[in-house]
Design a protein around this ligand. Sequence first.
Ligand code: TRP
Length: 449
Amino acid sequence: MQQKWSSGWVFLLAAIGSAVGLANIWRFPYMVGANGGGAFVLVYILSMLCIAIPMLISEVLMGRRGGADPVYSMEFLARESGVSPHWRAFGWLSLLATLTILCFYSVIAGWSFAYIPKVLGGLSSNSVEDIRLEYEMLIASPVEMAFWHGIFMFLTISIVSRGIQNGIETAVKVLMPGLFIILLVLVAFSLYSGGFEDALNYIFNPDFSKLNVEVVLMAIGSAFFSASVGIGAMMTYGAYLKPDVSVPGTAAAVAFVDMGVALLAGLAIFPIIFANGMDPDGGPGLVFVTLPIAFANTDYSVLLGTLFFALLAAASLTSAFSLLEPTVLWLNKNHGVKRIWGAWGVGLIVWLVGLGPVFSFNILKDFHPMATISRFEESTIFDLMDFTVTSIFLPLGAFMICIFIGWRMKTANISQELNLEGSPLFTVWYYSVKFLVPLALLAVFLGSF
Ligand code: TRP
């Protein structure tokens, strides 16, 4: 018997856990910083509403109907609607893409784990120069980075190997409430830091002159990555969903919470940065350098720092489950590989391949594998993996889902699964997936080249 989530609520927690991650807390604030604030935020919110929600609905409904890993589910759905079984190619893309993300995601997630002992050890009482140096030393050390990347993978594997109810469910039931409490504490602190109004202005006052094609594409891509849509991770989680839970309601809840957390993370981070007269445009080092420096100026630097990096660690862990699970399920269902062996075997491979992105910050810093192409002249292994996923795999996967749902899958099967027949909401969703989303995706895809 296939395992199931014990309730719709737990599914919601796990799906939110997958969505809320480094993209919300690490990437979103520095993207806002680097792309001119409010204008970026506006496009991000629009992409969430018009693209991510319809995609989430599509993935979860396909997963629940398919009831298995992405490869098998696609094969089943194609057969059921009488179309080519080659649609299972989406399943292969899904396994490849989720594992590729995990290889570099776990490297940055490892940093957040590395920072917990650093902050506890008094990092924030150091001088600005020392805090900067600490970050530079971490990324310059292949051993330290490989170690923390290994710790992160070890935790992910330990939980996924215990299965849905004993592993992922138990973990998200503890980690997700913890995550929300920490986030609220940090926002509450920021409210009193003195920079709150500036932060609100920065995040919500769009300056449209900053808007260009690149910013729009970046915002759409970020929304995708942030909501975990496009490559079958949510489809796999949907496979464990009982039939009586509403797919559209859950999908909308996931997107709203995901968006809310990104904005709250901004409201936790920017005020304290402004209050200390610092520059929000800190790039990827924003939360690892600028933020500890800002914390250092307060009376609670150890507490704030520890809470913040625990938040980042918990958020990245619950996202990683959804990146390992599809392949573990596939090995289990299709090849009879026991979950524990699958999780450890695949996890170990991810750790080994992940050494590529680890080394691209230090010993392979000047190795640019695609240097012959001018666009990738400066790209490291890490950059290339990130680019492949965000600019190729995610939009491609999402495009395939739209074509399948909009043009291939029998509408009767869709409406049976969604239980929305005759509702205007169904029509809005269906036509977005059929026309609007694929066109937007095409734009992202072409625009990124
Ligand atoms: N959404 C996660 C984050 O915000 C990352 C993630 C987990 C993801 N699973 C995914 C991204 C599937 C794309 C697809 O950090």
